[in-house]
Design a protein around this ligand. Structure first.
Ligand SMILES: [Zn+2]
Length: 390
């Protein structure tokens, strides 16, 4: 967040802009349901008020701005043997990322909540949604001590400590892409006998437990039936451990999609009706498109890797460019800078009315809002090199 935004947030105070019971997601869901009943009837944005509210303009709200979705695997595993691809990073690096996010007014959400309009619209004014994802159900993500408490230095222990410290500014959120069993995780989160307890704890405490396939097999050579089994097998077996797991977002193993593109639809929708995924996630990309941006593609949603220095690089670039999603704090409208109006999706979830402000984009500025293709090429090359990662 730029300084102006931060100052405004601080000036607005913790109850009005950031914290307080009014912004507990659950409370907002209930209180906004009537607003959504109206908004969801498909009001065209031309009918919305012509300009955004002065508050939203001051906050530089942009509700089709980019949403960072970060891909983590483990912290402090292997006795400090860290991975240059970011698959195992020091706990200190993870904490540093969280500190940067908190300071900048980033607001953690479960992956699925980004694609549910009521949840995304409940992001407090001036804040930027961020999704932290954790792949492979590794031990350092969730370690239980013999007394049943959460080890303070595993990923979940660290997230819990941030929630305790920052409260509503840092709600409990994070998406754990689990596998029932693979060569990388003999059992989810590695402590045999505790897997059901851990999976249920996550679901009961507001975290997202979701789908990373049945056995982490490379999907490139799969046909439709095999794709279906890879997706369904995970839903089926993780629900045996945690019956209430939502299991409706999917993370493609190795970021390696089936070569036969006609099977990609099966990742999102089961022809036999047993599962439905809101989105499928890639690996080693850049910031993702918001669901209200017409370039958003639910079959291929980018995630940012954490090879050393990369998160810091993307963070600085996004904050500087002012490309991030920033909430206007109003659940019934989407506020968008005029320079972004060409990107507003007519099929945006919830079909909320859009209000604009500022100047229309000049051709030069329009060119600037394209994704960072150079960085994309670099990360695509990294993916090719690292196909063997778990
Ligand atoms: Zn994986």
């Amino acid at each position: 967040m730029n300084t102006k935004r931060l100052t405004l947030l601080l000036a607005a105070g913790s109850t009005a802009a950031i914290g307080g019971a009014a912004f507990s997601l659950r409370t907002v869901d209930k209180s906004t349901s009537s607003l959504f009943a109206t908004a969801n009837t498909g009001v065209a944005y031309a009918q919305a008020p012509a300009t955004a509210s002065p508050e939203a303009i001051k906050l530089k709200a942009n509700e089709i701005g980019r949403i960072p979705i970060i891909m983590y695997h483990s912290v402090d595993e292997k006795g400090g043997k860290y991975d240059k691809r970011g698959l195992n990073i020091p706990g200190t690096a993870f904490r540093k990322h969280l500190d940067m996010m908190v300071k900048a007014g980033w607001y953690p959400m479960n992956a699925r909540d980004i694609y549910i309009p009521e949840k995304l619209q409940a992001v407090p004014a001036g804040m930027t949604p961020v999704v932290l994802t954790f792949d492979d159900a590794r031990g350092s993500q969730f370690w239980m001590k013999p007394d049943g408490s959460i080890a303070p230095n595993c990923i979940l222990g660290i997230l819990e400590s941030y929630h305790k410290k920052y409260g509503e500014k840092w709600p409990r959120a994070g998406t754990f892409f689990a596998l029932p069993k693979s060569s990388y995780n003999p059992t989810p989160f590695w402590q045999a006998g505790l897997e059901a307890k851990k999976c249920q704890w996550l679901v009961a405490n507001g975290y997202e437990l979701s789908n990373h396939s049945f056995a982490h097999k490379n999907m490139a050579p799969m046909n439709a039936a095999q794709v279906r089994e890879a997706v369904w097998g995970c839903v089926r077996d993780i629900r045996k451990l945690a019956p209430n797991a939502t299991m409706d977002t999917f993370c493609v193993p190795y970021g390696s999609y089936p070569k036969d593109k006609s099977t990609w639809g099966v990742i999102l929708n089961d022809p036999q009706g047993q599962y439905k995924n809101l989105v499928a996630f890639k690996a080693w990309g850049d910031e993702s498109f918001a669901p209200g941006d017409k370039r958003f593609n639910p079959k291929e949603v980018d995630r940012i890797g954490v090879d050393p220095g990369y998160f810091e690089h993307v963070f600085a670039r996004l904050e500087k460019a002012g490309k991030l999603y920033v909430s206007d704090g109003n659940p019934s409208t989407m506020t968008v800078p005029k320079s972004w109006q060409d990107f507003v999706s007519p099929n945006r979830p919830g079909k909320l009315p859009v209000v604009f402000y500022g100047q229309a984009a000049t051709p030069k500025a329009k060119a600037k809002t394209k994704p960072a293709t150079a960085a994309k090429k670099k990360t695509a090359a990294t993916v090719a090199k690292t196909m063997k990662h778990p």
